[in-house]
Design a protein around this ligand. Structure first.
Ligand code: NAP
Length: 227
């Protein structure tokens, strides 16, 4: 399967949580990390998130840094990454921040379960790919992004359910992690691959490419170590 190179970025607490048990918005890192997130985001032809992340964090999925946008254009990329959301249910709120900004196209992969009212509200604001199935096939989504939307580098900012799906098909090629100096606890608070379900089909192995400590946080970059 031809698919984009996939870079995943998460912030975690020292006890490995990406959010609290109540799935509160992920706003627990420093301004330095928030800029690092934009730097990583700017690498992608597209930015991918799951429905809960775009809703809970109410992201516009933009790139509010002119220097990063200029660098993209100089590299031959579009000024802003394409914005991509996946949702089996299609149950998206149509008043989210993402739909109020038109700086780059939005592509939504969902199913024919998407409610008619959502479909009607979004079809002028996004490209809708609606699979005639209960669940999306991530390999098909990735292949379509590569072939139809010419996405060769895809940055995924979660959430954990989506990241788990990518790990299941061994499609996480690079992983950026920020370790923030906090403990959340909470059995229900997710890690980067969530907190429920089975083991992965096999362990995914990574090579530590870099580790930097700045102020109170640790920044890690891993690259998949495949034969
Ligand atoms: N710390 C961090 O760096 C970070 C980053 C991102 C998110 N978060 C936090 O994570 C929490 C949300 O976790 P989450 O796991 O629920 O987030 P999520 O993965 O963004 O959302 C899950 C939903 O996305 C859709 N989805 C995910 N994978 C899919 C697939 N393979 N095919 C089709 N649809 C798919 C499904 O939507 P439907 O239900 O509509 O089918 C699923 O219920 C929030 O608290 C957020 O703040 C933290």
């Amino acid at each position: 399967m031809q698919r984009p190179r996939i870079i995943v970025n998460f912030a975690i607490t020292v006890d490995g949580k990406v959010s609290t048990s109540a799935l509160t918005p992920a706003r627990f890192t420093s301004s330095n990390d928030k800029h690092r997130l934009l730097e990583i985001r700017s690498l992608g032809d597209a930015l991918l998130v799951g429905r809960n992340t775009v809703q809970i964090d109410n992201m516009s999925m933009g790139l509010p840094d002119e220097d990063l946008r200029t660098a993209r254009v100089q590299r031959g990329q579009t000024e802003y990454p394409l914005r991509v959301v996946v949702s089996n249910s299609g149950n998206l709120s149509t008043d989210l921040n993402i739909f109020n900004h038109r700086f780059s196209p939005i592509v939504i992969y969902s199913t024919t379960s998407m409610p008619e009212a959502v479909k009607a509200a979004l079809q002028t604001r996004a490209t809708l790919h609606l699979a005639d199935a209960d669940r999306l096939s991530l390999p098909e989504v990735l292949s379509d992004l590569y072939r139809t939307h010419r996405v060769h580098t895809l940055v995924c900012e979660g959430g954990p359910s989506l990241a788990k799906g990518l790990a299941e098909i061994d499609a996480i090629d690079e992983l950026f992690l920020t370790i923030a100096p906090l403990l959340f606890g909470g059995a229900g608070a997710p890690g980067i691959l969530g907190n429920l379900g089975k083991f992965l089909p096999s362990s995914r192995i990574y090579r530590l490419n870099s580790m930097n400590v700045e102020s109170t946080e640790c920044y890690l970059h891993y690259v998949a170590d495949r034969p």
